[in-house]
Design a protein around this ligand. Sequence first.
Ligand code: CP
Ligand code: NVA
Length: 307
Amino acid sequence: MRHFLTLKDFTKEEILEIIDIAIDIKKNLKNKVYKKELEMQTLGMIFEKSSTRTRVSFETGMFQLGGHALFLSNRDIHLGRGEPVKDTARVISSMCDMVMIRTFEHSKLEEFAKYSAVPVINGLTDSYHPVQLLADYMTMIEYGISENAVVAYIGDGNNMTHSWLMLAAKIGFELRIATPKGYEVDSQVLEDALHLAKKSGAIIKMSNSVEDALQDATIVTTDTWASMGQEDEKEERIKAFDGYMVDGLKMCLAQKGAKFLHCLPAYRGQEVSEELLEAHADIVFDEAENRLHAQKGLMVWLDRQRG
Ligand code: CP
Ligand code: NVA
């Protein structure tokens, strides 16, 4: 049995295998072919933070695969009132076939997985958002921009940045990250990624210079400056990130025809301009839709690992 906590635990081949299943499932869905690969299975979805895409994609995906998904907000379950994670894990995993969790500390997810009898999926923690990167890489493949990709990530060194680091390190593409001083990525995550990059041939460059990161990039991406849980820092962050908004002028530094990706939700006028987001709406909303297909691929893959 396997869990899906970070891309660090997955080989390049496994990541590509999951995406292959997802691409096939997407093709079938477009032809109205529904294979009930998870018939009678239940996915427990624990949300300690808000969500639009993650909730809708997992719930819809599980239904389309012939199963059922349960939305468990921490306002409603005893976890939110202090019932231990290990007890919650043992109870929920005794009744559900898979569990997805969106929470704060990554260690809480790891503890849940340790006590769970069924596969656990990271639906976002403060440290990583790996299901988003499955959809992002699937989108890169579909748009024909995964080969020789040079990805520039402009913004906060957060869960998305850490996940881009792991994806680049596993797949082996070039990733340049530009963050303001004081908002760099976690040093341990960077060290792990650099270590993995030696094997895959990935090129990873860190700086505080937006211009350096963008130079001839083929893909530009960003994320919110204030993640969930950092609402109190919003004003201070808006000041610290001055000059980091991705807009049409900055895109001119990237390669001609470079694509823009965003995990959403987007804060127009902060990390991205309204004009730039709308100019790249086709790919950004395909990326969002791919959350559905990529996670269906992931759930089918995890189910197959059980044998
Ligand atoms: N990108 C993403 O995970 O979106 P939600 O927060 O809406 O789930
Ligand atoms: N970094 C953002 C991602 C949202 C999908 C957050 O954690 O809020």
